[in-house]
Design a protein around this ligand. Sequence first.
Ligand code: ATP
Length: 130
Amino acid sequence: MFRRHSHPWWKSFIYAYAGLRRVFLRERNFRFHLVVATMVIVAGILFRLTFIEWAIIFLAIGLVLGLETVNTSVEAICDVIKPEKHGSVRRIKDMAAGAVMIASLTSAMVGVVILGPHAWNWFMRVIGSK
Ligand SMILES: Nc1ncnc2c1ncn2[C@@H]1O[C@H](COP(=O)(O)OP(=O)(O)OP(=O)(O)O)[C@@H](O)[C@H]1O
């Protein structure tokens, strides 16, 4: 009834880490998203975000980084199955890239909606204190 696994459960973390390390080293977009995520987290600390704001920000960051990883994996599958130029491969890769773009634009909007008012208040305080 239960499937027998060929490795202990904790090894799944090792495999996942190896996959993420590979994406980090090979994908410029992934590193770019990580830099943006770090900047957003620093801004969140400075603006003292609420728990609910942090939860939404982390969901947005996780969505983008997760989809970028899936996109890289889809590209790798395509390159193994069809290394030469092919119309279907182009369409499949373009769709996977489109998924990342949707997540990135949505997350950017989340960032503006959550950080925008904090940045505005900070700006008004700076102006007011002069
Ligand atoms: N084998 C192929 N046949 C046809 N078009 C391809 C092929 N490989 C890549 N392309 C086109 O080039 C684009 C970039 O593909 P590539 O595998 O280089 O990904 P990438 O440079 O890592 O892009 P991304 O920014 O989506 O991660 C694809 O979205 C697709 O339009």
